[in-house]
Design a protein around this ligand. Sequence first.
Ligand code: CU
Length: 496
Amino acid sequence: MQEKKGFTAGSALTAVLTISVAAFLAACGDGAQSPAKAVAVPVADSYDVSKMDLKPSPAKVSAERHTGAFAEGSSLSIVPELKPLDPAPVKTVRLDTTHKIIEIAPGVKFSAWTFGDHVPGPTIRARVGDKIRFSMTNRSDESVPGVQLTAAPMMHSMDFHAAMVSPQDKYRSIAPGQTIEFEFTLNYPGIFMYHCGTPMILEHIASGMYGAVVVEPKAGYPTKADREYVVIQSEFYVKPDPGKRKVDGGPLYVLDGDNLKKAIPNYTVFNGVHNAMVKTPLAAKAGERVRLFVLNVGPSKTSSFHVVGTIFDRVWIEGNPDNQFRGMQTVLLGSSNSAIAEFMIPEDGSYIMVDHHFANASQGAIGLVSTAVKTATQDLEHHNMPATATPTSPDAVAGKLAFESKCLACHSIGGGRKLGPDLAGVTKRRTEAWLKRWLKEPEKMLQSDADAMAMLKEYNNIPMPNQSLSDVEIRQYLDYMKWADANPAGPAVAAH
Ligand SMILES: [Cu+2]
């Protein structure tokens, strides 16, 4: 009865169903003692296409351009960080394309093309069943302050490997100044590449136009990790500008088209920078479980991803827990392949992430996970409040419970800032009337209230989504926040 692959969440479910069917038959007095007699039940396929959304509305292209921030959305993180999942079922994501100069290695300033003004572009985090509401303005015609060195404006597009849509409709190229908008639903869990799909695709990817979408299984991951980080591997093919242009007194580097076609990179890197995460290692402590979301975007090389000093307890190929391996030393990733690699930090030390194709590592594909880093305590550690802190009034108790399920993804009380402010002391720095209005309609406050607008700016232009709260619920949140301010939990654990 058991599926052959074993150990997956799916087959665990099969086993449970099989056992309960056997128990049911036994209970019927059928005398079905032997499991061999148990009747096969059709098991629901978690990838049932009849339940998938495969008819997204057509893409819209307009001449209305975005201004302001180049990237926007509460589901976005800049590598290597990966913020906790935003529970909203619809993720509004805006990634505009830009042309800018990035520093790949000390002194190597490269004329890059980007999504969201970052290389790699921001990572989108969502969950199976969520809808991505995407928009992008081609802003390659906007001049970079100070320099006029970047490539001429050109067509760009967006290709999401996480989507199931018509490429001719959704992935079409748009001209400078145009905006494309489309939606799609996430049908499969995984770590999916996104990239520009405008010809020559090879040039657009090698110039920096890529990023990742992390799609969690509907019920989350089967393990609990203490740390989560994103590692994106890519190659750069650069040469000093034949026109000898300079940037900040040093040479400007441009794409080397010949070496690009021959697949001879001069830099192979993690997270866009030569030896990234050697100078600023990823933090972890001895005894902790680390979950790495690894994506190799290429464009043309394979990664043999390895961490020196530990063993991958679990590897979920393509980031999907149904594709599980145990006890692996290395995971092989072709161009646009990905994996979640989970491992323990056995003892204090610096654990070295490398592409075990050592020629690639020597070009910069190297980084550290280290117990010697003193950084802010991770968000993940703040998901629980101290056990002793429990209010007594029924409204405040209700507020605390609701807070832990609805607000803790973005706020702590006394644990440091997350996506939103630390709410310790909030009832002292804001009036009750202000807080009521904020919780009722933050979007209106963000248009009219100076304090709200200043706060939005401080929080990277990520607006707090309207939580659709009733007056009763708002009362409960306020009672809880007031109680928390009157009973502070002691010194905050978060460092700075
Ligand atoms: Cu492009």
